[in-house]
Design a protein around this ligand. Structure first.
Ligand code: SF4
Length: 239
């Protein structure tokens, strides 16, 4: 059974939206010019940094600008181009298979619904939500490892199941905030709320985050930080 969201979760979610909005653009760091490029870049980003993906994609997309081009590509050529991203043989298989599916199922276009998106091999709900949100401006709450860690540390949820997190957070924040919140949580996880060493002293959420390692540096308007740690099972550490 899924535990319900911790007490005060909705208020903490609203404060998180408000504070992170001032800090980060609601954007993916993967360079792309259209949904097809974003889809391929997202597949390539597994187990590596966005920076290393951004180093290889300009040439990849120059050589193979459409799903039709990439579907017909010589795998050995693609492997050479994407080698710096690691796991290059597997990733080549994946981006070629995804491109073929785009051609066979959708005429070479990236579909615009979750239902169709997950028919593409290698595309799960997380990637689909990134593409829906950042590629089509259609609300999507993508749950990656950073979002799992932050939503638990912030006491928004008490589960590590990505689909349950997607639905629970989706129910507590307005739909138009889904994409931006997810993208900003990812950036905050990368820059401040590190898995091993969260920099709570620099964190703008430290006055209400139940997992903060520092004392609140400011109080909320009504006089007290929200709640105690809502889930004693959630502790800082690797996620
Ligand atoms: S206060 Fe610490 S644990 Fe909480 S979100 Fe910020 S960095 Fe993460």
């Amino acid at each position: 059974m899924t535990p319900p969201p911790p007490r005060g979760a909705q208020k903490r979610a609203a404060l998180t939206i408000e504070r992170l909005r001032d800090l980060y653009a609601a954007a993916t760091e993967l360079t792309h010019e259209n949904p097809f490029q974003l889809l391929i870049a997202t597949i390539l980003s597994a187990q590596t940094t966005d920076r290393s993906v951004n180093l290889v994609t300009p040439e990849l997309f120059r050589r193979y600008p459409t799903a039709h081009d990439l579907a017909a590509a010589d795998p050995a050529e693609v492997e050479k181009l994407i080698k710096p991203t690691g796991f290059f043989r597997l990733k080549t298989m994946r981006i070629l298979a995804a491109s073929r599916a785009l051609v066979d199922l959708f005429g070479g276009e990236v579909p615009t619904t979750m239902e169709d998106m997950v028919k593409i091999p290698g595309i799960g709900r997380k990637t689909a939500n990134v593409i829906l949100g950042a590629g089509f401006d259609s609300p999507g709450f993508a749950v990656d490892t950073h979002v799992i860690r932050l939503t638990n540390r912030l006491g928004l949820v008490a589960t590590r199941d990505p689909v349950k997190i997607e639905y629970q957070v989706g129910a507590m924040v307005p739909k138009e905030e889904w994409t931006a919140l997810s993208l900003r949580l990812i950036l905050h996880g990368r820059r401040i709320c590190d898995a091993r060493r969260p920099r709570c002293e620099e964190c703008v959420l430290n006055d209400f985050c139940p997992s903060s390692l520092v004392r609140p540096r400011r109080r909320l308007r009504k006089g007290r930080p929200i709640g105690e740690a809502p889930n004693s099972d959630i502790r800082l550490g690797n996620t």
